[in-house]
Design a protein around this ligand. Structure first.
Ligand code: FAD
Length: 384
């Protein structure tokens, strides 16, 4: 077993650290305050290959591996969960397109998406179907050479900005989960419109909205993957997306730790630095240990993905562990900062709000436990 990054992986981490520190960190609080999408940063991220780190150059990607992609998510998450999530969301859409798109679909969407020239979205969740994705009601009815979509989606990341969306809809209700298919619907298609934009607690600046479909007619050729493959596409891409969410959460733990150490070393109470109090040291020690544990679990999941091995169980473990740790330690970072940590002058207040979302999206942490238990019960105790 080797512990260490390749030269390419180290270079990726260094490059993203530099971009994050210079271009993203100075804007992070403003993005949170204004809730405005960071257009310039998005463009720069596209130029640097950060929207498509682990996709082939042939389709506009940086041609790096998933471990490098996680390192990029950690570095971005350390300064701005918003920017980290925007980049991870684009990678999620690219993943669907790369694994299930036709050659023509890949050529049409992937290079432009990788460069940040067009934006996608992934529309699975509905008001009545969140954790139970197979319960979606949006329908796609075949009518000669078109599909006609009716229904609505909720909480769709980048929904208000997206040039196209990957929509999951029922094509044959009698086949239950095998009767759901995926479609590409472009902005401007009659019958497709953006609904209510949500006012979020955290990860602000990355817009989330409803998407509404009323007799929305799309060509048959806009199906992504085969008919009935929708849930497979969704679950496969979520397995991959969970590794990215874990990376973002690790970035938040690292930021919480760095800020906590700096504050504890500067704040004096009872005539000494609070870093000298053992109860404060306990917070720091727990942060450091969980940072390591979350990182190792997440690198393992990314490594398995790069090796072409199954990684469902490992990505769920990484996502669950890292995001629970992020919530715990961003909370404790506020505790270390005392009353100042509860106010916006200190970034830990933002980390705390940003961390909460990581326990919910890409499958709640209750759903991660269901996935892990299911994999273990079918004999997946070992990884290799
Ligand atoms: C900011 C944001 C961005 C999002 N982006 C997207 C996106 O881009 N695309 C998209 O399709 N979706 C997106 N989502 C939706 C997200 O994936 C869902 O919110 C999530 O899957 C949970 O669904 P729900 O909110 O309907 O909660 P529910 O499914 O209603 O869950 C409510 C509670 O019940 C628990 N629960 C549910 N089932 C079980 C069970 N079997 N056992 C134990 N507990 C259970 C859940 O863990 C949760 O605690 C986003 C959500 C948010 C908030």
């Amino acid at each position: 077993m080797e512990f260490g990054f390749s030269e390419e992986q180290k270079m990726m981490r260094q490059m993203v650290r530099s971009f994050a520190e210079k271009a993203v960190k100075p804007r992070a609080a403003e993005m949170d305050e204004t809730d405005e999408f960071p257009k310039e940063i998005f463009k720069q991220a596209g130029d640097l290959g950060l929207l498509a780190v682990n996709f082939p150059e042939e389709y506009g990607g940086a041609g790096a591996d998933s471990v490098s992609s996680v390192l990029a998510s950690i570095e971005l998450g350390r300064v701005s969960a918003t920017v980290a999530n925007i980049c991870s969301s684009i990678k999620h859409h690219l993943f669907c397109m790369y694994h299930y798109g036709t050659k023509e679909q890949k050529e049409t969407y992937m290079p432009a998406m990788a460069r940040g020239e067009i934006i996608g979205s992934f529309a699975l969740t509905e008001s009545g179907a969140g954790s139970d994705a197979t319960g979606i009601k949006t329908q796609a009815r075949l009518d000669e050479d078109s599909y006609v979509l009716n229904g609505s989606k909720t909480f769709i990341t980048l929904g208000p900005l997206a040039d196209f969306t990957i929509v999951f809809a029922v094509t044959d209700a009698s086949k239950k989960s095998k009767g759901i298919s995926a479609f590409i619907v472009e902005k401007g298609t009659p019958g497709f419109r953006v609904g209510k934009k949500e006012k979020k607690m955290g990860q602000r600046g990355n817009p989330v909205s409803e998407l509404l479909f009323t007799d929305c007619r799309i060509p048959k050729s806009n199906m992504l993957g085969a008919e009935g493959q929708g849930i497979k596409i969704a679950l496969h891409s979520l397995d991959s997306g969970r590794i990215e969410v874990a990376g973002l959460a690790i970035g938040l733990i690292q930021a919480a730790l760095e800020d906590s150490v700096a504050y504890a070393e500067s704040r004096v109470q009872f005539g000494q630095k609070i870093s000298q109090f053992q109860l404060i040291q306990a917070f720091i020690a727990q942060m450091a240990a969980d940072l390591d544990a979350a990182s190792l679990l997440t690198y393992r999941a990314a490594y398995l993905k790069d090796s072409g091995k199954p990684f469902t169980r490992e990505s769920s473990i990484a996502k669950w562990f890292a995001t629970e740790a992020a919530m715990k330690h961003t909370t404790n970072a506020i505790q270390i900062h005392g009353g100042y940590g509860y106010c916006k002058d200190y970034a830990v207040e933002r980390y705390f709000r940003d961390a909460k979302l990581t326990q919910i999206y890409e499958g709640t942490n209750q759903i991660q436990q269901i996935v892990i238990a299911r994999e273990v019960l079918k004999g997946g105790l070992q990884w290799s």
